[in-house]
Design a binder for this molecule. Structure first.
Ligand code: G6P
Ligand code: MG
Length: 215
């Protein structure tokens, strides 16, 4: 029997494929600033806060700007991103996610969201998934982005469990590191070549059963 009481889901790239919208929006900014931004570069931005992402992007493009300009760029990126996500609906929930969540509910395992996105609530509402979560920790509730464990530790605290009773589902290298820093086992969603530090890595949720919670 697994001792897991809570499953903590990252949002972007785990529950929905918004990672692609973040990528398109950052790529658009890079192109306006006159440099290329690749999918491989984008791996460094996954799970990272908006301003930290911008700083990494500008480092890649070898550009320096003052704080005021950077805030303007971050707002531009977010406006484009919001434009993309307002067109989302339930059909964008990644395959197998809802079935797995229903399985967890049947077993009385709690479901939490652990995302540093400030747009998380608006996405969950758009895809009609808000009510599936027993706890929602998003970018409006934490001050430290992943790999800091704050977002996951807050979820554990809110649901009154210890970190070892949680498992984190993550698509980002920084998110897997945050799980390690939180002392929680992790399931990487994506490629084992990228998510090298995850306890397990799967391509997605289709066909997932409770054996995934055995470590
Ligand atoms: C998630 C995504 C990141 C994004 C961050 C902040 O962690 O993986 O790519 O930068 O959230 O998102 P926000 O919606 O607040 O800009
Ligand atoms: Mg993610």
């Amino acid at each position: 029997m697994s001792k897991i009481k809570v499953c903590i889901f990252d949002l972007d790239g785990v529950v929905v494929d918004t990672a692609k919208y973040h990528f398109i929006a950052w790529k658009r900014l890079a192109s306006e600033l006159g440099f290329e931004f690749t999918a491989l570069d984008n791996e460094r931005l996954k799970g990272v806060s908006r301003m930290d992402s911008l700083n990494i992007l500008l480092e890649i493009g070898k550009k320096t700007y003052d704080e005021e300009t950077k805030i303007k760029f971050a707002a531009m990126k977010n406006n484009w991103y919001v434009e993309y996500i307002t067109r989302m609906d339930e059909s964008e929930i990644l395959p197998g996610v809802k079935d797995f969540m229903l399985l967890l509910k049947k077993e009385n395992i709690k479901i939490a969201l652990g995302s540093v996105s400030k747009n998380a609530m608006s996405i969950l509402n758009r895809i009609n998934l808000t009510e599936y979560f027993d706890s929602i920790i998003d970018g409006t509730k934490v001050s430290n982005a992943k790999p800091d464990p704050e977002v996951f530790l807050n979820a554990a605290k809110e649901l009154k469990v210890i970190p070892e009773e949680c498992v984190v589902f993550e698509d980002a290298v920084s998110g897997i590191q945050a799980a390690i820093n939180a002392n929680m086992p992790s399931v990487g969603i994506g490629s084992p070549e990228i998510l090298t530090k995850a306890n397990k890595v799967v391509a997605g949720f289709v066909g997932m059963d409770l054996s995934i919670l055995e470590f």
